[in-house]
Design a protein around this ligand. Structure first.
Ligand code: HEC
Ligand code: HEC
Length: 410
């Protein structure tokens, strides 16, 4: 039951758009998947400084903030924000997804299989293309019947290391997705998972794949969800020029890239105060205002308001604050922002320098002491340099890795 909700959450972007039609037309024949490689999904190579070791999130019962706990402390005494020991019942959220090669291989087939949609036109991969770091190049993605998603499709960047998923950070980990109650998309109803189970049961290639992954050929919603989460958990990106340089490999940055890196990490540009750590995304420290919770008790869950609109149409997490997205592979994932409003990185940087709106919830990093909007002052050359540096975060190994590729040849 619990894991079923994972599927709903993942489908949410698209399912919200689909009218519940019971007409199933097999419009796309993808043929059968070809799984000839024996790929290792269990060796999840991560960038320096990142690990998937934090296996649990505990919601601190005292202040409500999520706290990361690793395997070594799980089962021991937990201390929460403020160092106070937890007492009584607390909400332990398991983050760890156990990845097996058979499970992730099944997940790969499910990820690319259009039969997972009601009329066989849309798979996860329709909106998450490997060559674009699993984003899709569109401002808003197409579901079927000409409808579009309300938000920009997201790249998939080391999801096992991320504590905040989706543009509004509504989910705390891939595993957590599977443990959350079904929300917002009640129209799908339970019948649909049953419907999917029955549908996959009739497809000849699944029996064997489920048996390899789970010991018998029974197809359940929980298994479908688990296999998809295993595949997603196996997707890691750690081979950009920046990573190679960090590991001391023989690559050199150009002068412009070096200059951009220095500006990116400077207190003047402030980029790295939000796009932080080895994923260049929201810092996750429990005492960091952009991580678990802020000094004034607001729970920001890795989001910020960057003044895109005076009055936001989409409020995101709340009041127009959105997930601080990873900048890894950012050169592959245009258009940008939660609604894909900017087509180029130049436009993004122009927003930071001159485009920021005086939204009442604007992040203080873009204001002076008097609360006046200052934006971030950058010269044309400095913007060029930052963009050159962002290019060093592109990883073309994972965008071509056959183990993440489409197993259907048609
Ligand atoms: C019709 C397009 C579409 C389809 C199909 C789709 N997605 Fe998405 N995906 C999106 C959009 C749009 C978002 C951002 C949604 C939001 O923030 O509300 C997203 C977000 C995500 C995220 C969060 C990434 C992050 O870093 O926060 C994951 C993981 C994901 N999708 C996986 C999947 C999987 C697995 C499937 C198939 C079961 C799937 N998606 C199907 C469009 C789609
Ligand atoms: C206050 C925190 C904060 C600061 C400072 C900040 N960003 Fe961002 N950045 C965000 C948030 C939040 C978003 C997503 C906003 C949205 O979509 O509504 C974002 C989006 C982006 C995007 C688009 C990402 C995507 O996937 O669409 C890029 C590129 C980017 N920022 C680069 C930078 C650079 C370069 C700097 C420094 C000049 C910077 N940011 C400073 C919080 C910040």
């Amino acid at each position: 039951m619990k894991i079923r909700s994972f599927l709903y959450l993942l489908f949410l972007p698209c399912l919200m758009l689909f009218s519940c039609s019971d007409v199933v037309v097999d419009v796309t024949d993808q043929g059968e998947p070809v799984l000839d490689g024996s790929y290792d999904y269990t060796a999840q190579k991560l960038p320096l400084g990142l690990s998937a070791a934090s296996n649990f999130v505990v919601i601190d019962p005292i202040n409500g903030f999520p706290v990361l706990i690793d395997n070594s402390t799980a089962g021991g005494v937990f201390t929460g924000g403020g160092g106070l020991p937890f007492e009584g019942d607390f909400n332990l959220i398991e983050r760890f997804v156990k990845v097996t090669n058979a499970g992730a291989s099944l997940g790969r087939v499910l990820f690319y299989d259009k039969k997972l949609s009601l009329n066989n036109t849309v798979s996860c991969a329709s909106c998450h293309h490997q060559d674009k770091a699993f984003s899709d190049g569109l401002a808003l993605s197409g579901g079927f019947e000409g409808r579009v998603t309300s938000r920009n499709s997201m790249a998939i960047i080391n999801p096992i290391t991320q504590n905040n998923l989706f543009w509004d950070s509504r989910s705390q980990s891939i595993k957590d997705l599977s443990l959350k109650p079904v929300q917002n998309h009640i129209e799908m109803g339970m019948e649909d998972i049953q419907f999917l189970e029955d549908k996959l049961q009739k497809i000849n290639y699944y029996g064997e794949l489920f048996e390899a992954a789970y010991g018998d050929s029974e197809i359940t919603g929980d298994r479908i969800s688990d296999a998809l989460s295993q595949f997603i958990a196996s997707i890691t990106t750690a081979d950009s020029k920046f990573d190679q340089r960090s590991r001391g490999e023989a690559v050199a940055f150009t002068e412009l890239e070096n200059m951009g890196m220095n500006i990116f990490f400077s207190s003047k540009a402030k980029c790295s105060s939000c796009h932080a750590g080895a994923n260049f995304s929201a810092p996750d420290g429990i005492f960091d205002p952009y991580g678990g919770g802020s000094a004034n008790g607001e729970d920001l869950r890795g989001t910020a308001n960057i003044g895109l609109d005076l009055i936001p149409e989409d409020v995101g997490k709340e009041n127009g604050s959105f997930k601080i997205p990873s900048l890894r592979n950012i050169t592959l994932t245009a258009p940008y922002m939660h609604d894909g409003r900017f087509n180029t990185l130049e436009e993004v940087l122009n927003h930071y320098t001159t485009g920021i709106k005086a939204n009442p919830n604007l992040d203080p990093k873009f204001m002076d002491d008097q609360g006046r909007v200052t934006g971030i002052k950058l010269s044309t050359l400095e913007k060029k340099a930052i963009i050159a540096f962002l290019g060093t975060l592109e990883d073309n190994t994972y965008t071509r890795d056959p183990k993440f590729s489409n197993p259907f040849l048609k």
